[in-house]
Design a protein around this ligand. Structure first.
Ligand code: FDA
Length: 398
């Protein structure tokens, strides 16, 4: 016996719940299917358990995609302000933390409960945990083969996310279905992820593990160049922290990162001026602008003595030292991969989708939303905002 719905949404994460709620509240008969046994695990663990649910400044400039214009329509029709209004209607307490990032005061569970309540208002039917083995065409609709039997739906919304954190249920299902229906993909890769380095090349920096400092970081070329002023964290294997997570989305194999470890100072000028006017040694002078442990280790890497008097050092050497800190160039050899990546870059090629409805032009009735689509936000609430905006766009169209 098969059951019949107007709309089947696959994936009860951020985008899927939003889409199902909006479609249900419009009077569509909606079923929401997820293979996980715990609901919306990514929302639960996000923002350290407090869910950075949007960013008040979210706009197209905060997203990466082969077509940077694609996200404009959905983001402008359902904005951060709209989601904040919803959060306020549910009286969920929240606060701004850093650069427009909004977090729940108490728990990400508040956001999950709100989305569940919105689905309830739309009489959404749930199938969970329930695996979808395959999706095929059936007349002018679709037939889903699931653990709960055959489900027929006029329209299907793929909201099963990207590949990051397989341990909590991420799969390539959206990509498999896209390929099955002959839709192009932009090659997926881990993003918002720590970067790693050849272990021999990294050896001199291992003693710096645990040091955090604000840096200016950049990589990429022309329009695909990213630059951020954020905190960097040295780890035993490489670099992490918000600066590196942000830049990782722009980084491609073989590219160098340029890092300014003292963005508030021109260290060449500082060192030359200090040489002329003070009796300070190297380590003390650098420690005005850098964590002392970093300054000491950096001098060791450069083969210099921290207690050397500036007056005894040639200008050329001081220039080289200043430059090495203001323009540190380093080439990562990889990333920590999907097990650590917060998101997946790439995904369903947006040229296959309508920017108004998220429907695949080649397959009427089939929609893709959220992280599965080639739209990737910066760190800071932008990815959830894309999930909400693309979910609403499809929810209003199905
Ligand atoms: P999401 O991954 O949320 O949902 C997909 C759903 O589909 C899951 O429930 C999964 O079980 C289900 N599914 C997968 N395959 C299936 C299949 N074959 N059959 C049935 N169901 C299937 N973003 C942000 O803006 N602010 C933040 O604070 C954070 N923090 C954060 C922390 C960590 C540790 C991670 C890993 C990620 C974040 N993110 C974030 C990113 C954010 O979580 C992510 O972009 C959104 O959850 C994407 O929403 P989706 O609904 O597209 O996918």
């Amino acid at each position: 016996m098969s059951t019949q719905f107007d709309v089947a949404v696959i994936g009860a994460g951020a985008a899927g719940m939003m889409c199902a709620a909006v479609a249900g509240q419009r009077g569509q008969k909606v079923v929401l299917i997820d293979h996980a046994s715990r609901l919306a695990e990514k929302i639960r663990i996000s923002g350290g358990g407090r869910c950075n649910f949007t960013n008040i400044d979210a706009g197209p400039q905060n997203y990466l995609s082969e077509n940077p214009h694609f996200c404009k329509s959905a983001l402008s029709r359902y904005t951060a302000r709209d989601f904040i209004d919803l959060v306020k209607r549910y009286r969920i307490p929240f606060h701004e933390k850093h650069k427009g990032q909004l977090f729940c005061d108490s728990s990400a569970e508040d956001i999950i409960a709100m989305l569940q309540a919105e689905c309830e208002k739309g009489n959404v039917a749930w199938r969970m945990p329930c695996k979808v083995a395959d999706i095929g065409k059936s007349g002018d609709g679709f037939r889903l083969e699931t653990d709960a039997g055959e489900i027929l739906a006029q329209r299907v919304v793929m909201a099963s996310g990207g590949l990051s954190i397989p341990k909590i249920g991420a799969t390539d299902f959206a990509f498999r279905i896209a390929r099955k229906f002959d839709l192009k993909l932009v090659e997926p890769r881990p993003a918002l992820v720590p970067l790693t380095f050849d272990s021999a090349a990294w050896q001199p920096f291992v003693p710096l593990a645990g040091i955090a400092l604000e840096v200016a970081i950049e990589t990429g070329e022309k329009k695909a160049r990213g630059h951020f002023l954020e905190d960097l964290l040295f780890t035993h294997r490489g670099l992490s922290g918000p600066a590196v997570l942000q830049i990782s989305s722009y980084w491609q194999s073989g590219m160098a990162l340029t890092i300014n470890l003292a963005p508030q100072a021109d260290l060449t000028d500082t060192l030359l001026q200090a040489k002329a006017s003070s009796k300070k040694n190297l380590a003390n002078t650098l420690a005005q602008w850098l964590p002392a442990r970093l300054a000491e280790s950096w001098l060791q890497v450069q083969g210099m003595q921290g207690d050397a008097r500036l007056a005894d050092l040639p200008d050329k050497q001081l220039r080289q030292l200043g430059d090495s800190l203001n323009r540190w160039r380093i080439v990562p050899d990889g990333t920590e991969g999907y097990k650590k990546a917060e998101v997946t870059r790439g995904g369903i090629d947006t040229r296959e989708l309508s920017q108004q409805s998220m429907m695949a032009a080649k397959v009427p009735g089939l929609y893709f939303i959220g992280e599965a689509v080639d739209v990737t936000g910066w760190l800071g609430g932008y990815n959830f905002q894309w999930a909400w905006s693309s979910g609403v766009a499809a929810g209003q169209a199905v």
